[in-house]
Design a protein around this ligand. Structure first.
Ligand code: EPU
Length: 424
């Protein structure tokens, strides 16, 4: 297990490049199962979760060729129908294979993902969608088993907004007989990226990015050849890194239109943004102003940036209220931030952050991916050394983040520490 040692307290100044989005890559990889052909994905980040999805596709019989920034996924022989517990337990997004498997071959078995560090995360909405399309669903031995001769188009209203649920059903519907209408669909840019890739392969999806998505099923899809969208969460993390260290980062490949809610809050906090030919320059000179946020589905403030925003607010000149509404247990970074000197009171899913003048380095532990990013930001701002253990969480979703930060002037070292490495 690796740990990061950060020598903090200095402004970050330099240039960072945003990689392809993890949460767009994973559904795109699963979508390749629908085509039964040779697909190409470009701008693919080199992440642990991408490696896990590649392992899952191979388990199902696909041939996956991994080259820097690119994946070739041949699913001609991907006739497997089972996503085993061993893989699903390391990555919940494995459930994204269910819709494509059933759509293509009429059956799929996926180990039921358990709860995880940030919440229970059931998949009832995925199953409800498949059932509406004519699937028989059985739960047996910890596995969800879905069967259907051919999926049929259906009208589906999700009870709540679910990103991978929308993606799973949208993928399944591309090969269904007739029209599927999804209501209360997730509007995240990753859903749009997936729809564009599928439409490029001959699918007929309309309305992705709105809460009503219409999919007219086709008999077969051609190949997917698609460049993955830039990672908006990584871009937002770098913006907050500039803010918390009072530095200046030129962020290449940041798509501002995906971060409207975030940029508005950061501007309110006093960060400055300037679009230049070299990239988006984000800078801060003084302590952030206190700004409160409530997380919400897109286009609201993303839950995946809540922890990093809290790191920024630990140093604000006042009090900020941060409310998490998507997951039940996503404030696990709070006790760790306190170890660095932050003053935070929690009640339920609300944190009141009272800004302090400075943070000071300490040993802390990463509990999930975005909490890890939060601790990296706090460590970069804190005086002295911060040791962050269990950074395997970070490696699931941030490509070479230590190297990127070093290039922007951070002092970060990676060390191996003894002990078992188990992912969640
Ligand atoms: N939910 C249900 N039933 C369902 C599906 C979801 O009750 O059938 C609940 C969840 O428990 C949660 C809420 O609905 O409380 C929203 O969950 P959603 O399904 O949208 O989350 P997800 O699709 O499992 C994706 C991202 C997450 C991100 C969330 C919210 C991927 C692979 N993962 O998860 O990313 O936090 O949407 O935006 O796209 C991360 O990257 O760190 C991460 C956790």
């Amino acid at each position: 297990m690796d740990k990061l040692i950060i020598e903090g307290g200095r402004p970050l100044v330099g240039r960072v490049r945003v990689s392809g989005a993890k949460n767009a890559t994973l559904p795109l990889m699963a979508a390749c199962l629908l085509t039964g052909g040779r697909n190409r994905l470009r701008n693919v980040p080199n992440l642990r979760d991408v490696g896990t999805m590649a392992a899952l596709l191979r388990e199902l019989g696909a041939h996956v060729d991994e080259r820097p920034g690119e994946l070739t996924i041949d699913t001609a022989r991907a006739e497997g129908d089972e996503c085993p517990y061993e893989l699903v337990k390391t990555m919940r997004a494995s459930v994204l294979a269910l819709g494509p498997m059933v759509a293509r071959s009429g059956r799929g078995r996926v180990s039921l993902p358990g709860g995880c560090a940030i919440g229970e995360r059931p998949i009832d909405q995925h199953l409800k969608g498949l059932e509406a399309m004519g699937c028989r669903i059985e739960l047996e031995g910890g596995y969800v088993q879905a069967r259907a001769k051919r999926l049929k188009g259906a009208e589906i209203t999700f009870d709540l907004i679910t990103v991978t649920g929308t993606e799973n059903i949208m993928m399944a519907a591309t090969l269904a007989q007739g029209r599927t209408v999804l209501r209360n669909a997730a509007r995240e840019p990753e859903v749009v990226d997936l729809a564009q890739a599928l439409n490029g392969a001959g699918a007929r999806i309309e309305g992705a990015g709105d809460s009503i998505v219409t999919i007219d099923g086709v008999d077969g899809l051609g190949s997917i050849d698609h460049a993955v969208m830039p990672d908006r969460i990584e871009a937002g993390t770098f913006m907050m890194a500039a803010g918390v260290t009072r530095g200046e980062l030129t962020i290449e490949n940041a798509q501002m239109e995906h971060l409207t809610a975030v940029v508005a809050k950061l501007k309110e906090a006093g960060l400055r943004f300037q679009q230049t030919p070299k990239g988006l320059v984000v800078s801060a000179r003084r302590a952030p102003r206190p700004v409160s946020v409530i997380t919400g589905p897109y286009p609201g403030f993303p839950t995946d940036l809540q922890a990093q925003f809290m790191a920024l607010m630990t140093l604000c000149n006042g009090s900020a209220v941060i409310q998490e509404t998507i997951f039940e247990n996503r404030l696990m970074h709070v006790p760790e931030l306190r170890r660095l000197g932050a003053e935070i009171e929690c009640g339920g899913n609300t944190a009141v952050v009272k800004g302090v003048r400075k943070l000071s380095g300490a040993p802390v532990m990463a509990t999930d991916l975005r909490a890890s990013a939060c601790l990296v930001l706090a460590g970069l701002a804190a005086g002295g050394q911060t040791h962050i253990s269990r950074v395997y969480h970070l490696d699931r979703g941030y490509e070479r983040i230590d190297q990127k930060l070093i290039n922007a002037g951070a002092t970060v070292r990676r060390e191996s520490e003894p002990g078992p490495g188990k992912a969640h």
